[in-house]
Design a protein around this ligand. Sequence first.
Ligand code: FAD
Length: 625
Amino acid sequence: MSLFNTTYDVIVVGGGHAGSEAAAASANMGAHTLLITMNLQNIAQMSCNPAMGGIAKGQIVREIDALGGYSGIVTDKTAIQFKMLNKSKGPAMWSPRAQSDRMQFAECWRTLLEQTENLDFYQDSVNGLLFEGNTIVGVKTALGLEIKAKTVIVTAGTFLNGLIHIGEKTFGGGRAGEGASTGITEDLVAKGFEAGRMKTGTPPRVDGRSLDYTKMTEQPGDATPEKFSYLPVTKPLTKQRSCYLTYTNPEVHDLLREGFERSPMFNGRIKSTGPRYCPSIEDKINRFAEKERHQIFVEPEGWNTVEIYVNGFSTSLPEDIQDKAIRAIPGFENVKFFRYGYAIEYDYFPPTQLKHNLETKLIENLFFAGQINGTTGYEEAAAQGLMAGVNAALKTQNKEPFILKRSEAYIGVLIDDLITKGTEEPYRMFTSRAEYRTLLRQDNADLRLTEKAYKLGLASEERMNRVEEKKKKTQNLIDFIKDLSVSKEDINPILERKNLATINQSMKLYKIAARPQLSFSDFKSIDKLKNYIQEHSIDDEIIEQVEIHLKYSGYIEKEKNNADKLNRLENVPIPSTFDYSKVKSLSYEAREKLSKIQPTSISQASRISGVSPSDISVLLVYMGR
Ligand code: FAD
């Protein structure tokens, strides 16, 4: 069927991380979906480092997987190294991270999307949006096509009026080697949207054959790597590629300083704000002048390529300066460049212009997801894409929006933060942004989310069955341990090995196992437990759940109670027609902010900066509480 005479349920503009998850989610929910992207060769291209996950981001990837998204599966299938970060801390902090093969990552995404029913593809650049009044009805493309849709999701990443900077050189582009996108911002601003500018940067890529690894420290992956997807379609890595660690030094810093006058960051040509937690090397040596060295992680870009990503050396200094300075890093003396580092400025739309379902407040049926909302990172983008895809599909099916609470998922925290607080610098997720991080662990994303996704028609029956089995096996093993008495002969050798006080009579294992110095693996030699594990095919995933229960169930219960209390406030809705300007007992700032954000519940109102507890008391009275 021609693109011209079809009205799609959903058009996704942009096939980056947000667009790919959005297209997969809406199509998998039965919505007839069209993915329009500038270059079909670059589906889910990793613009910066070839890695997924990391602290808090890893939890997001597991949540995407639990909901039936593809980012976890693609990462597993293309990983070259896996690490569980923060393993020495409590389980709320454990964060999976994988290096991926950059080229395989994009190819794997494309293959999965091509295997998705209800999904059409078209390569072109969208340069305008079609409206009827305040409703979107389709898009216009550079080739002059007008394509109709009931809903449109814009996921244009860093491409909207993108401007690339390397030293004194500036040119239009959405990413190195790719053109910028024009027309969308202009159409939206004409409709009354507020737009802003942000900036991000990337390091050089170099030829691994020109590096001397003997001057660096090897950073291998985990000895027993895990994986992201809860499904058995992927397997943990059996071989991995190592990264390497080296450092900058005062000589490198001096050489970099020589280029500061020609730096777009310092001579005022870049005015927009960059990611605070991913600063450029020039920013680091400028802000932390007292630091004599900074870490440089030397990361392979894939299995079969010699290209290396120089993590920690993001820069937009002139090429000659990049060239000279990098050679002063141990191991880089004879380096050959593949690509120079650069910075990019792009348009974003302050996300307070969105509702919780990622639909814009101004234009009905128009959704935004990813970097366009002021975020940074593949994981943050992919999560929003999935949620926008689900919600656009739901909208076409006249169903209620799908919204995750802050106590249910990092994805809930991310979207609530964006639409309630907005962001003035590229927003990335941290565990500290989540008030219920003991609940939001990477090990239990499936227990938290898969049932919801199954009900939506997004997660498969296989996923749901696995979650049911995980729950059942975990509870049965907990019950077994609660009942199991262990003799002093069984337990004392274990306690002695750990220099712990021994016991004089039999005790319930449940009590002993809660001790922080002991781990579940210490008890595996106890016959009754060993037999149970064998007979019931208990795997490491179940043992991890039981161990977390034994050690942390007190904290988890407490956090659940707190979340329940807050969720009661969440259930006090504020009508969208409520006129804050008439409530004179609210502070002036609260009236202004509440009118702008239009929170849907008392709880959301309480998270808006400038809205005080006394403002909330006033609102509660107005809502009849
Ligand atoms: P993108 O991945 O940018 O994808 C957008 C897609 O939309 C592209 O495929 C593009 O072709 C397509 N598109 C755009 N406009 C149109 C249009 N009008 N019509 C059709 N198709 C269109 N993240 C970090 O976490 N840390 C970093 O240090 C970091 N550094 C970065 C450095 C650079 C130079 C760049 C470019 C990005 C960097 N990122 C970094 C950001 C990371 O790449 C993004 O957060 C992530 O890719 C955003 O995903 P997205 O889907 O929103 O957009």
